[in-house]
Structure formats: structure tokens, C-alpha cells
Design a protein around this ligand. Sequence first.
Ligand SMILES: Nc1nc2c(ncn2[C@@H]2O[C@H](COP(=O)(O)OP(=O)(O)OP(=O)(O)O)[C@@H](O)[C@H]2O)c(=O)[nH]1
Ligand SMILES: [Mg+2]
Length: 299
Amino acid sequence: MTETRCGFAALIGAPNAGKSTLMNQLVGAKVSIVSRKVQTTRALVRGIALQEQTQIIFVDTPGIFSPKRRLDRAMVTSAWGGAGDADVVCLLVDVRKGLDEENEAIFARIGEIKAPKILVLNKIDTIAHEKLLGLAADLNARANFVDTFMISALKGHGTETFLKKLSGFMPESPWLYPEDQVSDAPLRSLAAEITREKLFERLHDELPYQSTVETELWKDMPDGSARVEQTIYVTREGQKKIVIGEGGKTIKSIGQAARKEIIEAAEQNVHLFLFVKVRENWGDDPERYRMMGLDFPKK
Ligand SMILES: Nc1nc2c(ncn2[C@@H]2O[C@H](COP(=O)(O)OP(=O)(O)OP(=O)(O)O)[C@@H](O)[C@H]2O)c(=O)[nH]1
Ligand SMILES: [Mg+2]
């Protein structure tokens, strides 16, 4: 029997670089939500992939940017923390953005990471290939990468070769998760994230990104289905109206889309009930951070 291997690969980068898209692609299932908005991922999300005898546990992290509010600070601290514990760290760069201000700031700190680092140029489907070599050379001059990959996380170009490469960085170890497990998140948190994604999709510019979703109840019914109750928290009364929409049509469409995906993830029929509540200043409430899996920054 060949030895099994298992370890952690962290995905870090600026907001919107495509970290969650890449993790979902490599895991082969949607385990982390994706949106056009920046700062979609809020806490560390783990996704598990198998490559022959090797189990790779991906750590998807919140985007790294200059934090202003408390929630921002908690997210960025969590991102660097995710990189600190990994066997290999993959830095994603959106090739359309290249070395912009956000990436400059990341490169200024990247030397702090002790694990081997791989540069991943993502979204290569969006620019002419001639431009890629120059960018790869520029970025390699600024940090010590053991390898560079050019991929499209969205289209799955180059992702399989990338996965094979990563397995080489995993140490000999028993697998930490059962063979068929793709995520370590409990179903109720995954379900809350799915609803948050649908909320973002429908209300991207009208809703501040501070709105959040919690699963309050997950009750298995005698007929094999589940009753799921979730609350969407917003910070102001006006936002509540936006989420509900005219005659309830916005929340209805959010609920329909979310229910479909929750059923898929849960592999059981689900009856989803959505509520909207105003919770002012939740950004200063330690309990909300705990619910999201983040440490509460003192200020
Ligand atoms: N064209 C193209 N778009 C991509 C690619 N990868 C990701 N995207 C898009 O980029 C946007 C952001 O993707 P996410 O995966 O949410 O990015 P992220 O890095 O996880 O973002 P945060 O969680 O906010 O830090 C989404 O609209 C994706 O569909 C790619 O290879 N090509
Ligand atoms: Mg993300």
C-alpha cells in the first residue's frame, strides 16, 4: 500500500481575485460562496480534495485589503492567519488588476509567510496571453515563489495540473477527513452562506456588505424533509424594505434560489423560511463574530 498524504493549502489574495471560485473548482463542489462583489468570504472556509492517495485541505480566506471597520480587521487577520498554518500558500492575482495598490500591500507582507509560496495568475481568460509573461516576471522579482501557474478558475483551465502540483507539498499523514467529505462546515452554516450569496446576487449595489444571514432552526421532519428558518440581518430599517421588495417579491426570489441549492447540499427536501430583522451596530457585537467563525478585534 502506498503512503497516504494530507495537508493544508491556503488560498490568499486581494478581494475578488477568485479564491473561492478556485477552491470550488478544485474540490468539485460548491463549498464557498462566490460573488461579483468584493469581500464575499468572511471567515476561513475549508474544502477538501482528493488527488490519488493525497488529501488536500484547502483553506479559502477572506480577501486581503486595508481594513477600516472592525469587521474588515477581523477578516484580514483571519486571512493572514489561514496562511500561517498551511503547508503551501497560493497567492492569487487577478491578471486584469496586476500589481495594483491592493496587491502591492500584500507583496509588502508576503515575506512573513514561512511556507512555500506559489503564484497563481487567475482569470487568464480575460486578457491576451502575451501580457501574462511580463506580469509573471514582475511578480516573481518581488517575492520568492517556488512556482507560477496561469489558470482560469472559472473555466477550469490549468486547474488540474495545479492540483497535481499541490499534492506534492502535502506531508505524509493519514487523511483527516473521510474520503467523500468535501467541506468541514456544518450544513446550517453552509445553508446560511448560500442564502447570503443569493442576497448579494440580487441586491449587490443596494445593500451594504454588512448584511448577514443566520440559520436559526434546522428541524428534521417525519417525512424526511427539513424545516429551515433563517434570519437576514440588516443594519437599517430602509434596508429591510429593500430585502423584502415590492409585495415581498425580492425575498421570495432569494428564498427560491437559496432553497434549490440548500436542497442540493443537504441531499434532502427543505422548506425554507426567511425572516428579515434590523440589528443596528451588529458590527460591534462579539457574538456575531463568533457565529461567523471570526475573532473579535478589540477595536
Ligand atoms: N473571467 C473570470 N472570472 C473569474 C475567474 N475566477 C473568478 N472569477 C469571478 O470573479 C468574481 C469573484 O470571485 P470569488 O471567487 O468570489 O473571489 P474571491 O477571491 O473569493 O473574493 P472574496 O471572497 O471577496 O475575497 C466572481 O464573479 C467570479 O465568477 C476566472 O478565472 N475568470
Ligand atoms: Mg471568497
